[in-house]
Design a protein around this ligand. Structure first.
Ligand code: ADP
Length: 163
């Protein structure tokens, strides 16, 4: 039997992926043999970018990282984690404002499957104010988002808002 691979998943909406997300992913690369960026496609949520667009933007932004893959899932994150035998869910924390939501979700996931651990990674302070929601809000009026999102995302935003 081969050595067990260290696997983790990093779930989120990634609508769109930002440099804050990419930073977390790059920092995880050395810690796990396989990291799956799991793009949620929930029917309860409305997205700016379609699931296919979000997948494409994430894949393009992460293509230099061979141990990182991108997948899409509509359903419980813990179910996906179990299906690929990944015992770890990674979430990012930017500020206290993120804390209660992340703690509730981690506890819910623990309730659903106590063999899967949620690990929190603190955002790099330089991306502490970067959220997909803010990016979308600003992107309607300006494409002055260099350094905050990958280039491919910047181009997609420009196209979407006709800038
Ligand atoms: P969700 O809708 O599930 O919150 P997001 O795509 O907004 O999905 O975020 C996915 C994860 O990445 C969350 O844990 C979030 O806190 C984290 N995250 C978002 N923006 C940043 C950032 N700038 N730096 C670090 N982590 C971040």
């Amino acid at each position: 039997m081969g050595q067990l691979k260290r696997k983790a998943i990093y779930p989120g909406s990634f609508d769109p992926i930002t440099n804050g997300h990419v930073d977390i992913i790059e920092r995880l690369v050395g810690l796990y043999d396989e990291l799956t960026v799991l793009i949620a496609n929930s029917s309860d949520k409305t997205y700016l970018f379609s699931a296919e667009e979000r997948m494409h933007l994430a894949k393009e932004s992460l293509k230099s990282l061979p141990t990182v893959s991108v997948a899409m899932h509509d359903g419980l994150t813990v179910e996906y984690a179990k299906s690929i035998q990944a015992p770890v869910i990674i979430r990012g924390l930017r500020a206290v404002a993120d804390f209660e939501y992340e703690m509730a979700m981690a506890n819910m996931n623990k309730h659903l499957n106590n063999k899967i651990e949620t690990l929190i990674v603190f955002a790099d302070p330089k991306f502490g104010y970067v959220s997909s929601r803010l990016i979308k809000g600003v992107a309607k009026y300006t494409s002055q988002l260099e350094g905050l999102v990958p280039l491919v995302v910047l181009e997609a935003i420009r196209k979407k808002f006709g800038q």
